[in-house]
Design a protein. Structure first.
Length: 199
């Protein structure tokens, strides 16, 4: 018998190894086939405090005689690089939108399992329109491919216990900060360019 035939090597282990390598490199990404998720928060710049259904959000005095509610967002299964952000505060009793329009395109910060953006402001021109009342806090994020993540919470709005500029640090109560004719402030705490065009 020829010794040539006995030296035949099976290629099956090699094919199996190649299949394993190909499988390791196949990463479809978190957005493929998964539902886009959005979590809403508050708390200010670089702070994310989750907003639960029925919780209280705080109205804080801001520039130009106006006031705002802080808004933070966390998204997953969506590529918000950048993301088009839309937000509003709507009075629950009659559906009146009490906040100025928020529509801005910004890049989120990539964390381990989600992307996050804090320091957004929902500006409220007339505080009496919403103080002590229930409202719907709504936000939507759209990525460059058109994929969206959306969320809303029913909240109650109250004044933040923040000393007024030049004050004695006492009760901030119900300060008179209603200035309807004041210029519209920036929609976001960042100075990134905004997108005011329609989708």
């Amino acid at each position: 018998m020829s010794s040539y035939g006995s030296s035949t090597v099976s290629i099956r282990p090699i094919l199996s190894l190649l299949a394993m390598i190909a499988g390791c490199c196949d990463d479809p990404g978190p957005a493929d086939g998964a539902m886009a998720m959005l979590e809403m928060g508050s708390g200010g710049l670089d702070v994310f405090e989750p907003v639960a259904e029925g919780s209280t959000v705080l109205l804080e005095p801001g520039g130009q005689g106006l006031q705002h509610v802080w808004l933070g967002l966390r998204v997953s299964n969506i590529d918000a690089q950048p993301g088009l952000i839309e937000g509003s505060l709507v009075r629950l009793s009659d559906g009146h939108i009490v906040s100025l329009p928020l529509r801005v395109r910004l890049r989120f910060i990539q964390e381990r399992t989600y992307e996050e953006l804090t320091g957004l402001r929902l500006v409220v021109p007339v505080a009496d329109d919403i103080i002590g009342q229930e409202a719907t806090l709504h936000a939507r994020v759209t990525d460059p491919t058109g994929r969206t993540a959306e969320g809303e919470r029913t909240v109650r709005v109250a004044w933040a216990d923040v000393p007024l500029p030049g004050g004695d640090g006492g009760d901030s109560g119900m300060p008179d900060m209603q200035t309807p004719d004041a210029p519209t402030p920036d929609a976001s705490a960042t100075d990134a360019p905004s997108d005011t065009g329609d989708l």
